[in-house]
Design a protein around this ligand. Structure first.
Ligand code: NAD
Length: 250
């Protein structure tokens, strides 16, 4: 459907789930793709499953140096970066009263800080090479919904959406577009323990206007759309890909 031949794409947290599918679809569309995760064996396994010439790198994006090193390594390998997808994300599901400062820091470091500083590293190189770059953060429907147990996770995603707005204002003049995709409920390892319980799945399906969870493919489709020329006038937006979940209150 899309053609990304000649484009270089970096995807964080692509060893499985949504990030894996985003990397796979960009590779299928002809892009040169670099992927990272904290575990080299997992990221190499993902690259083998995708097939072709995928560049793999071990990086824990909660560490600014490692996050930066991944993007620099992609640039070194392929000579530039056109598209950065900040997908890596973690959540700690706990009541507010039980969240520790370390859990707060971890969620903000992985989800939010890596997006901002990764975007800055990529943008510096895009500007240097005069590339009309694209930066996309994988946010969440939880930036709008209010779910007990997800207070800090939701805050990290709200911050991502606002950062996309601020960065897009500052980087637009250099031709760089910055957006977020906010998935609804997609069955992956992040929530499998919840939705393997039939009652939980049924309650979710009953609530959803489209009456089903989404798929990693559907999120990747929307990411490729946002990264394509079909979206060349879209910047500073968060695109909710959620089967209507944000319409449901209560
Ligand atoms: P997942 O747990 O299956 O995958 C998360 C990926 O991030 C893995 O590849 C993991 O290795 C990587 N990762 C985690 N910590 C990392 C770190 N410190 N450094 C580098 N990589 C790291 O979950 P997923 O559902 O595929 O989540 C992908 C993104 O989508 C996340 O940002 C998540 O918040 C977001 N999201 C998911 C859903 C959903 O329903 N699945 C909904 C909304 C948003």
């Amino acid at each position: 459907m899309w053609n990304f031949e000649g484009k270089v794409v970096a995807v964080t947290g692509a060893s499985r789930g949504i990030g894996f599918e985003i990397a796979r679809q960009f590779a299928l569309a002809g892009a040169q793709v670099g992927i990272c995760s904290p575990h080299m064996d997992r990221v190499e396994k993902a690259a083998r499953e995708i097939g072709g010439d995928i560049f793999t790198y071990q990086a824990d994006v909660s560490d600014i140096q490692q996050n930066d090193a991944f993007i620099q390594a992609v640039i070194e390998k392929f000579g530039k970066i056109d598209i950065l997808i900040c997908n890596a994300g973690v959540e700690v599901r706990k009541p507010c009263m039980e969240i520790t400062p370390d859990e707060w820091d971890w969620m903000f470091q992985v989800n939010t800080r890596s997006f901002f500083f990764g975007a800055m590293t990529a943008a510096r190189d895009m500007i240097k090479r005069n590339i009309p770059g694209i930066i996309i953060g994988v946010s969440s429907v939880n930036a709008q919904t209010v779910v007990p147990g997800l207070s800090v996770y939701a805050a990290t995603k709200c911050a991502m959406n606002h950062l996309a707005e601020s960065m897009s204002r500052e980087l637009g003049k250099q031709g760089i577009r910055v957006n977020c995709i906010a998935p609804g409920s997609i069955l992956t390892d992040i929530n499998r323990h919840i939705y393997c319980i039939p009652e939980n799945l049924k309650a979710l399906q009953d609530k959803l206007p489209l009456e089903r969870q989404g798929t990693c493919e559907e999120i990747a489709d929307s990411v490729l759309f946002l990264a394509s020329d079909a979206a060349k006038y879209i910047t500073g937006q968060t695109l909710y890909v959620d089967g209507g979940l944000t319409l449901v209150r209560g």
